[in-house]
Design a protein around this ligand. Structure first.
Ligand code: DMJ
Length: 673
């Protein structure tokens, strides 16, 4: 190309040849060793001998060559640059599990292939960090420790560094701690807690409590104030009519007993701490100090008492730093241990905490799969705090055993497990709802709690989500809502429990922790569905169970409700997922949806004399049929997640430092010693 252009623009050939100065010519003319001055003179002489035209042509050619040189240099740079970037991207984007963007993924097996049918989820929202004003909250004496640095700033910093400093970024990918999030940010947990393997002699000081002088006053917004008001109203009912008992019956102004252990009070302790309700907290603390006694001849359900009582005490200990709560946690933890004395080590469902005996329900020797696999976060944390390995050993053994069991369907588990044989029973029925739900939640959360090193947990989680995609996802009509149905002996049922609405939050949490962005897409689709389970109902409150329409019928919505399923127990799962979705996307619509739900709770479930009640009929706004019961999780979970959802402070229970148990009690994430 160059010679053709040159030829076209050149003068007659003779002139061109006569001006070509080669080293050979120079050598021939005067010898290679002649002085530089001679060579300069000789060149100059030759130049002078040229005609003006010849000189112009030469100057033009030099100029042309110089311009071409500059152009080709810049255009060669581009492919080089993109090649460098691509190889960096390739290093990041080739995990062992497709879509799993982990810094250290080598130990993970490939999952089974997902059904491609339902891949068409709404687009991810733009991958920008949420626009959250960075404030800390709460009265000064109830302040949660601020992080050592601004997590959002750090995330941005790390992202840009990954592009600008490839060598450094590559090194970071190989460290055990770093994980690439779904937004492409490098996440490095920086908690100061240690895993239980390190010998701890003294009970550990909680890591999350801040020295008084570092606390700042924090503004609480109007929606959060409304949650505080709702909590106070609920608490008033509990205090006036059910103090020290398990549950408030707000209409009859009395209480019901389940374990006789002040369940609502314990479940609500850390909510009061987070909401900054100092007086209420102090009063409840006194009750725990003076009245709470576990040496009682009473049967408790292992799962329920672990997630509500043990979990509640542990998280309150971490938030408050008050050793009273750790002492109580140790006491109940020890009293629950007899449940694990079974032939298979799969625990019994019930324990008598006074007598130290345990047993299965009267009608069967089976335990529920979700129950035996959703006590791990709490017992593992108890081991870490006490240095006594027995708690963790018992629950880890359950997980290891379940990991090896046959009877799963692409990672989906049956609902029952036998305490004698250790095998799954009632095979062939798969749900993400009651009796299986928190198995999936705790796979991910244990992996996060333990510093993302226990690969069997992650492997089971990833496989299970693939199983959900393959067997349980469907779309409704007319709105084409993505929902999670059930499978019974090969037959799909379009039934979804409200309980399943924990799943969008869990998927989003996984994506935040470096798992595939597909999980975030699915989370976005599912939370829309969970919201519609409220929005399409007359009271704006979800029933316990819905059935989705698979075929469009005139005048029918997506959601159908059977008479037996139209109650609402003040459950938290949708609000819980809204909280995670807002934290990770910053999309205000999630706050608005939560706000609508709170208003509808106020409208249809609030009892004027104090407390809130579950209702029997979400389809009848003029008579929702109050049930006269306020579940402890309304204070332990629903109102807590509401308050966190409306907060713009990502350090109000920072999700890179804490993992919530299935009853919304935050426990610290461990880091390697
Ligand atoms: C709570 O006790 C827990 O969230 C549990 O995992 C499921 N059921 C209730 C709330 O709905």
């Amino acid at each position: 190309m160059y010679s053709a252009a040159a030829a076209a623009a050149s003068p007659p050939r003779r002139d061109f040849i006569s001006v070509t100065l080669s080293p050979e010519e120079a050598v021939g003319a005067g010898g290679y060793n002649n002085s530089k001055a001679w060579r300069r003179r000789s060149c100059w002489r030759k130049w002078k001998q040229l005609s003006r035209l010849q000189r112009s042509v030469i100057l033009f050619l030099f100029a042309f060559l110089a311009v071409c040189g500059v152009i080709s240099y810049t255009s060669m740079g581009e492919p080089w640059k993109s090649l460098t970037n691509k190889s960096l991207d390739d290093q990041r984007a080739e995990p062992e599990i497709p879509g799993l963007k982990l810094a250290n993924p080598a130990v993970l097996p490939a999952p089974q292939k997902a059904d491609a049918n339902l891949g068409d989820y709404p687009e991810l929202s733009p991958q920008k960090p949420p626009k959250l004003p960075h404030v800390r909250r709460g009265p000064s004496n109830l302040q949660i420790k601020p992080p050592r640095r601004d997590a959002r700033l750090k995330t941005r910093h790390d992202t840009s560094r990954a592009v600008e400093e490839p060598v450094q970024a590559d090194k970071e990918e190989k460290t055990e701690k770093s994980v690439i999030s779904w937004r492409g940010a490098v996440i490095e947990p920086d908690q100061s807690t240690e895993p239980p393997s390190s010998k701890i002699k003294e009970p550990e000081k909680p890591s999350s409590v801040e020295a008084e002088d570092q606390k700042e006053p924090v503004p609480i917004n109007e929606r959060q104030m409304a949650v505080i008001e709702a909590f106070r109203h609920a608490w008033k009912g509990y205090k006036d009519f059910a103090w020290g008992h398990d549950e408030l019956k707000p209409l009859s102004k009395s209480y019901s007993e389940w374990f006789g252990l002040g369940l609502t009070l314990i479940d609500a302790l850390d909510t009061m701490w987070i909401l900054g309700l100092k007086e209420e907290f102090e009063e409840a603390r006194k009750w725990v100090a003076n009245e709470l006694v576990f040496d009682k001849n009473v049967d408790v359900n292992l799962f329920e008492s672990t997630i509500r009582i043990l979990g509640g005490l542990l998280s309150t200990y971490h938030l408050s730093g008050d050793s009273l709560f750790l002492e109580k946690a140790k006491d109940i933890g020890n009293r629950l241990m007899p449940a694990f004395k079974t032939p298979s080590k799969i625990p019994y469902s019930d324990v008598n905490i006074g007598r130290g005996t345990a047993h299965p329900p009267r009608w069967t020797s089976d335990s529920t799969v979700a129950e035996v696999t959703s006590i791990q976060l709490e017992f593992r944390e108890l081991s870490r705090l006490t240095g006594d390995e027995k708690f963790q050993k018992a629950v880890d053994e359950v997980m290891k055993h379940v990991h090896t069991l046959s009877g799963k369907n692409d990672g989906l588990v049956p609902m029952f497990i036998n305490t004698n044989s250790g095998q799954f029973t009632h095979l062939g029925v798969y749900t993400l709802g009651a009796r299986a739900d928190s198995y999936y939640e705790y796979l991910l959360k244990q992996w996060i709690q333990g510093g993302k090193k226990e690969n069997e947990l992650l492997e089971d989680y990833m496989r299970a989500i693939e199983g959900v995609k393959k067997h349980l996802l469907q779309r409704s009509q007319p709105k084409r809502l993505t929902f999670v149905g059930e499978l019974a002996h090969g037959h799909f049922s379009a039934k979804m429990d409200h309980l399943v609405c924990f799943l969008p939050g869990t998927l989003a949490l996984g994506a935040h922790n470096g798992l595939t962005a597909d999980h975030m897409k699915l989370a976005e689709a599912l939370i829309e569905t969970c919201y519609q389970m409220y929005a399409q109902v007359e009271t704006g409150l979800s029933p316990e169970i819905v059935h989705f329409n698979l075929h469009a019928q005139k005048g029918h919505k997506d959601v159908e409700i059977k008479p037996a399923d139209r109650h609402n127990l003040l459950r938290p799962e949708t609000v819980e997922s809204l909280f995670y979705m807002y934290r990770f996307t910053g999309d205000k619509k999630y706050q608005d949806w939560g706000w609508e739900i709170l208003q509808n709770f106020n409208k249809y479930t609030r009892v004027p004399t104090g407390g809130y009640t579950s209702i029997n009929n979400v389809q009848n706004p003029s008579n929702p049929e109050p049930r006269d019961k306020m579940e402890s999780f309304f204070l332990g979970e629903t109102l807590k997640y509401m308050f966190l959802l409306f907060s713009d402070d990502i350090d109000l229970i920072n999700l890179d430092k804490f993992v919530f148990n299935t009853e919304a009690h935050p426990l610290p994430i461990w880091v390697p010693a």
